[in-house]
Each structure stands twice: as structure tokens, then as C-alpha cells.
Design a protein around this ligand. Sequence first.
Ligand code: SMG
Ligand code: MG
Length: 369
Amino acid sequence: MKVESVELIKAALPYVHFFETSFGREQERVFLLTVVRAGGLTGYGECVAERAPLYSAETAETAWHVLRDFLVPLLFREGSSDPEAFALGARRFRGHPMAKAGLELALWDLRAKERGVSLRTLYGGTQDGIEAGVSVGIEDSLDDLVRSVAGYVAQGYRRVKIKIKPGWDVAACEAVRRRFPDIALQVDANGAYSLRDAETLKKLDDFDLLLIEQPFAPYDLWDHSRLQPLLRTPLCLDESILSLDTTRAALDMGACRIINIKVGRVGGAVEARRIHDLCRERGVPVWCGGMLESGIGRAHNLHLASLPGFTLPADLSASRRYYHQDLIEPEIELRPGGTIAVPTGPGIGVDPVEERIARAALRREVFKP
Ligand code: SMG
Ligand code: MG
């Protein structure tokens, strides 16, 4: 199909409760939505770059720039809405995976709608429900943390991830484990440690964790490979996994035993599926990470997470875990048993609500060939 227009929308929603990681505390999420119109259909994507370059080097503003000045013109030059052709063309631009993924995802939604199938069907997903996991931020006290976890467990979440940083690690795990001896528990450091902290990290072996996520800096594959043999608990890499190549390097080096796949971090669904396939071939478990997306990105994640290699619970929670009101209808909800249904309608299978997007919008611009 010939692309008629691309709209970029920068929007913001306040969190229901602050979200704190080793990077700091955030009160709201800035989103960059992509809307591609072609053949009477509309495809939606979400770019997960944040306000500040903390999780990754990209920001919502750098992504806006790269989309407006390079990726949208590339799409118009190519003249087709084929997501695989776009992904191939976008490879000539270095970096900026979140900007690339933001546009590629809208093209995937469009293609599935063109064919009248769900994105899950287009991807070859085999699971119709995804095991939900909730990510719980750093709190003001251990009591607050345990109360927060208890609230999510009461809502039906069966896998909990807690954010850790130096000084908020062993005691936090101990407090949560004491109260919930049987829950599936994992931790995420967002790169806050170094190999000098190996003794502290070894203590986490006592808490029967599913995994320890990204203890060291993104570029530090080598030190992760030195830490893993010191631990019983599997390491899982998030920020370090930028492509198929970095995945292969991490696995060959023994830097981790589990991979977190985030479509935004790896530049789109084409690359995400390649990483999934490599891990599946090698028997390495993967799970779908989250970036506190609006319902648009959340729905995209559900479809991707339906692929057969995604065998661990995802960082996918209900819309209301983060937002009073999501940008989509129906909102994403947790089902009894702790899973989330993969939408079955065409494309992403959820409908963005224009009036809510308009209210959340900070800036929007429409581009035409
Ligand atoms: O979408 O539920 C979600 C968020 C999951 O903790 C989450 N994401 O490092 O995995 C991670 C973080 C990235 C965002 S923190 C800035
Ligand atoms: Mg992480």
C-alpha cells in the first residue's frame, strides 16, 4: 500500500503512583505515538524513548528528530508500507532503535489490518494469553514495598519483579520473600552495580529468584560473563541486548542465561523475532520486557509475546497498573489466573481513543509524501 501520511504525537500521562528505579523517580510518562495512514486503514505504533536519556541514549525528542528528518522521509521514498522493507532500509542509519521500532510497529499494525488478521497471527504467535508480571519500583520504605507487592498479588499477579540498587537489594528481597515465600520473584538493577559488588549480588542467591536482570552497565558484557559463574541464579540481560549480534555475543560469552526482549530496544519486530528465533534454537528462555507503554505499545507487546519461545512471564500488566485511564479501548486487564488475553481483532486489536490522545497530546504533526 502507498503511505498517505505519518502523524507523530508526543503525549504524556501521569502515573497512578511514582515509579522509581536505580535511575531515579518519575511521576509521568512521555510517549511518542506513530500513526500511519494508507489505503483507508490506520496503523498505530509507539516509540518507547523516554523524556530523559537514562535507560538508553534516546529521548522522545531525539526520536522525534530522527523520525521527522530521516525515517519518515525514508518511508516516503520507498513508497510502500511493507514493514520488512522499511526495517531493511532503516539499517543504514546507525543507532536510534526506539525511533525505528516506533515507525516499524505502525507498519506491522497496518499490514495485519490490510490482511484482516491479528498481529499475533501475522507473527505466527501460538499463545492466546500471556503470563503477566508486575514491575514494582523502589519505595520509601520496606513496609511500603511489601504493601505494594501485596496489593498486586491480591489483584492476581503471580510474578513480581522488584527494582534494586545498592542499598536497596538484599533487605528488599528478604522482606518480600518473607511475606510471599512462594511467589515467582525476580529483580532488576538497571545497571546500577559493578563487579566490585559481587559479594552483595551473591547474597541474592538465597531468595530463589527467577533471574537477576542487568546488574552491570549496558556495554559490560564481559563483566557479566565473569559474574554469572559466581551465581546460582541466572542472569538476564535487558539494556545490553541491542540486536541479534549482541544477543549472540552475550550467549557465546556466557554473560547471561536468559534474554529480555524489548521491541523498542532492538529496533523493531523484525529484529525482535530474529532474537527470539536464535534463543529458541539454542534453548535459551526469553520473556517480553516492558517500557511502561500506553495501551498501544502494550498491545504490540502482547502480540510479540505470543511467539512460542516466550516461556517466562512478561513485564506486561494491566493498563491501570500505571494509568488512571489508558489511551485505548478496551483497556488491558488481568484475567483470573494472572494472564492477559492477546487481542483477537485485526492488527493490534485495540482501538486508540482520539479524544483521550488529544487530551494527553503535547505536540502533534502530520507529514505527507
Ligand atoms: O512496562 O511494566 C512495565 C515496566 C517494566 O520495569 C520495567 N521496565 O528495565 O525493565 C526495565 C524497565 C524499564 C523502564 S525503567 C525506566
Ligand atoms: Mg530491565
